[in-house]
Design a protein around this ligand. Structure first.
Ligand code: ATP
Ligand code: MG
Length: 404
């Protein structure tokens, strides 16, 4: 992609209200654009990162047998009344009325919708277990939106739901999901603390949050490093008084959560199956969420410096940022050739072919944070080379053009 044609220029100024560094850099770098409080558009650079994250998640969830579906965003009031969550869910639902005065909700999560789907279609233990997931927009009527992508009112979530004939089968799958989550987050460069938590209005007995330590985190994790145990602050009272001093308090962002729901939803909604003895039982369920935009913001919180973002390889918008410095014809021609070559070889490359000063090009490259910067200039061509610098290190090295 030629940067001269890229939609979404970098900005000098961050929005006045942007206190989180990820918010500042993602807006300034031309990754996202705020439409209104807690509602963002993804520009080409930002959407590329989002898609990379999406694909990592898709690969790992497919790997544990998840089948991808797409559920609607609109759902009828009566479904939410079956579980009582029409009025109790927190944050409260975004509600609207259609032209016939029928009330509907914009989905913040999909336990009701998926339980309805499954109760209509599953009859026998022979059809269990299975797991369904989607990567879809969620709407949350948050009191305050903060930190750019960290807390928003509309975002894309991966929500996975699993259905089992027994608690023990659910437990086995639950462990698999935790492993898959660890892989997903590791591939994104982060290592969240797996934190025992309470279920909030989603419910369920066992639930863990994946809490990524960052200064701007709104959650606090009580972490016993030695024992490898962590609790959310809501569960602090479960810790014996004598052990409290073992726990550090770490500010963190919740990037994912896994809930062992049991029969909470299936019992209320009559989602049953007939077991091998012919008796009818509620389906045992689990649900598992990851917010993609929040994860993207968290990655930036973890990987940046004074100049801008330092994307981990797997989620970077491009692999190489090729810069041509200076306007001489031979320099331009050489850079053009390298660009064409990289494109031919399917290397993801952003080519800064703009008529901008050296200073602007270098500082934009640092802000955008592509893992490798390749500079073609009069100086580098004297050495028949490209100057290559990893975003994460200070010093460049020369690479012979003939060896590319
Ligand atoms: P929080 O406690 O931060 O409000 P939550 O516990 O209500 O989040 P879940 O219902 O567990 O969120 O949703 C699953 C995942 O969706 C979260 O782990 C997080 O990654 C993401 N998520 C939830 N709310 C938001 C939000 N307002 N903005 C961005 N991502 C969110
Ligand atoms: Mg949660």
């Amino acid at each position: 992609m030629k940067q001269s044609e890229l939609f979404g220029k970098t900005l000098k100024q961050a929005p006045a209200d942007a206190s989180a560094i990820s918010h500042q850099y993602l807006v300034r770098g031309g990754f996202i654009d705020q439409l209104m409080s807690g509602v963002y558009s993804f520009l080409p650079l930002g959407w590329r990162v989002h898609r990379k994250i999406e694909n990592i998640i898709r690969e790992e969830i497919n790997d544990i047998g998840g089948q991808e579906i797409l559920l609607p965003s609109l759902s009828p009031k009566n479904l939410w009344e079956e579980t009582g969550r029409w009025t109790t869910i927190d944050p409260p639902l975004f509600k609207l009325k259609d032209r016939h005065d029928k009330e509907v909700a914009l989905g913040p999560t999909h336990e009701e919708v998926i339980t309805d789907l499954v109760r209509k279609r599953v009859q026998s233990y022979k059809e269990l277990p299975f797991a369904l997931y989607q990567i879809q927009n969620k709407f949350r009527n948050e009191l305050r939106s903060t930190g750019g992508l960290l807390r928003v009112r509309e975002f894309i979530m991966k929500d996975l739901y699993s259905f089992h004939s027994s608690e023990s089968d659910l437990e086995k799958y639950f462990e698999k999901v935790i492993k898959a989550y660890e892989k997903i987050f590791n591939r994104c460069g982060i290592a969240p603390i797996i934190t025992k938590a309470s279920g909030g209005t989603i419910g369920g007995s066992t639930t863990y949050e994946f809490q990524a330590p960052t200064k701007v985190g709104e959650d606090v994790v009580y972490f016993d490093r030695k024992a490898g145990k962590a609790f959310n602050k809501e569960l602090i009272d479960e810790i014996p008084e004598s052990e409290r001093s073992n726990y550090e308090q770490i500010p963190a962002v919740e990037v994912g959560q896994v809930f062992s729901l049991g029969i909470t939803y299936s019992e209320k909604m009559g989602a049953t199956f007939v077991d091998s003895n012919g008796s009818e039982k509620p389906i045992v369920m689990g649900c598992y969420g990851i917010g993609l935009g929040r994860l993207m913001g968290t990655i930036v919180e973890a990987f940046h410096d004074e100049q801008g973002i330092v994307w981990p390889d797997e989620v970077a918008p491009f692999r190489v940022h090729l810069l041509v410095l200076g306007g001489e014809d031979n320099v331009r021609n050489e850079a053009n050739k390298i660009y064409e070559n990289l494109v031919k070889k399917n290397v993801e490359v952003l080519y800064d072919d703009r008529d901008e000063s050296v200073g602007v090009k270098l500082s934009d490259a640092d802000l955008i944070g592509i893992p490798e910067r390749w500079v073609v200039s009069k100086k580098s061509l004297e050495e028949l080379s490209v100057e290559v610098k990893k975003r994460s290190v200070k010093e460049p090295t020369l690479m012979k053009i003939s060896s590319i």
